[in-house]
Ligand binder design. Structure first.
Ligand code: UD1
Length: 375
């Protein structure tokens, strides 16, 4: 799709973010657009899906993100409430801005809301991190990314499996660009600060002598049996290594509701902490022995850092992290989790490589391609 030419005037490119994993994907794009001689004026718009200081403000500071020009204050709610509220606010704002282009990243509810609003307003739509598929529709993100891709005019992919998925779904290959991973751009760009973080001292940890755990997916924390299976594995593993667990607000809520708080607190070597900012968290991961997670992004970050990643899910939409990287998919079977951790302790865990195009230059490629389309 060609974007309408405007003489001399810069194109207004609206980047929509809403939730924590969006911020590290959007920040390199803004930096690339704001570099000298660019043809875009970047406008950051925040739906407000995440709003707590630990889920939001700290990332803006750590990632040098500009204050969003518009904050829509959508907040928490059911998925339908979040998407519907975001769309209503987005319609008004995008019309006011007279946006030439809308860029959405990732697969959260704000991504889908942004895509729907842009499409209904006939504004060209860019999806960064297109084509990833877990083929598991019980996962809210799978619905978000599939529908967003269906609407997008420009689809930028992080790995080749995404290109194949999109072509199978009938997307015109000319719309698809395999460019790499803007989240990994953030990791490269901020590495000097990450290496200087004092988080290990603050938590009295020794490099390579602790594990990191993150877990917030409904399939794990809303399901009592899965939660208990994971607990059983952690109970055993924390006898061998300290596990640091920054607790997501939704997980905290579920732990209280299921009466698990005391159970977790009683594990001597499981350290429960508040969610960390980007710089401290990436330092914690970089210096860890291994990671347990159900996050999508962390599977990619650990692959880039060469840290063993044990994924507490039945599938992944990011297969390159398994085929090329350091990721294994174990689900919630306690014995399997323990076995994989043991293989790390025994030095038998696989070594990975860095996937193609995860080189810190993805945002430049994306903005280069978009700029070409204007000429
Ligand atoms: C969302 C994304 C998920 C992403 C995750 C990262 C969707 C469908 N899910 O999940 O893909 O991996 O963000 O964090 O978009 N809450 C707070 N403070 C906040 C934000 C949330 O306390 O700043 C609590 C609220 O109780 C809220 C719950 O967390 O109801 C869930 O938040 P929500 O944005 O709905 O989804 P996440 O689980 O964070």
């Amino acid at each position: 799709m060609a974007i309408k030419k405007k003489s001399k005037k810069k194109f207004k490119a609206v980047i929509i973010v809403g939730a924590r994993p969006n911020f590290m994907k959007a920040s390199p794009l803004i930096r690339a657009m704001n570099s000298d001689g660019g043809i875009f004026e970047s406008i950051l718009l925040h739906t407000g899906q995440h709003y707590d200081s630990l889920m939001n403000d700290v990332f803006f500071k750590d990632l040098d993100l500009p204050k969003p020009l518009f904050f829509l204050g959508v907040g928490s709610g059911t998925h339908i409430q979040q998407i519907a509220k975001s769309m209503l606010a987005l319609e008004e704002t995008l019309v006011k801005i007279k946006a030439d282009l809308v860029i959405v990243v990732g697969d959260v509810n704000s991504t889908l809301a942004g895509a729907l609003a842009a499409k209904k307003l006939s504004i060209p739509l860019v999806h960064v991190e297109a084509g990833l598929r877990s083929f598991d529709e019980a996962m809210p993100e799978e619905i978000n990314r599939t529908l967003t891709d269906r609407m997008a005019n420009f689809l930028f992919t992080t790995e080749e499996s995404a290109n194949r998925n999109l072509v199978k779904e009938g997307v015109n290959p000319q719309k698809i660009h395999f460019v790499g991973n803007t989240m990994i751009d953030s990791l490269h760009y901020h590495m000097p600060q990450i290496s200087k973080s004092f988080i290990l001292n603050k938590l009295s940890l020794d490099k390579n002598n602790y594990a990191v755990l993150t877990m917030h997916r409904p399939s794990n924390v809303d399901n009592k049996n899965h939660f208990l299976n994971i607990f059983e594995a952690l109970y055993s593993i924390q006898k061998k290594i300290t596990i640091v667990f920054p607790v997501h607000p939704r997980t905290r809520k579920q732990m209280e509701e299921l009466g698990f708080e005391k159970k977790f607190k009683n594990l001597k070597n499981l350290v429960l902490i508040e969610p960390l900012g980007y710089i401290d968290f990436m330092k914690l991961v970089s210096d860890s022995r291994l990671v347990f997670t159900d996050s999508g992004g962390l599977q990619e970050e650990t692959t880039t850092l060469g840290i063993p990643c044990i994924t507490l899910r039945e599938n992944t939409e990011r297969p390159v992290t398994v085929e090329v990287g350091t990721n294994v998919i174990v689900g919630t079977d306690a014995q399997k989790i323990i076995q994989e951790a043991q293989s790390v302790f025994d030095g038998k865990f696989k070594k990975g490589r860095i996937p193609q195009h995860w080189d810190g230059k993805t945002a430049l490629r994306i903005i280069g391609i978009l700029s070409e389309k204007m000429i």
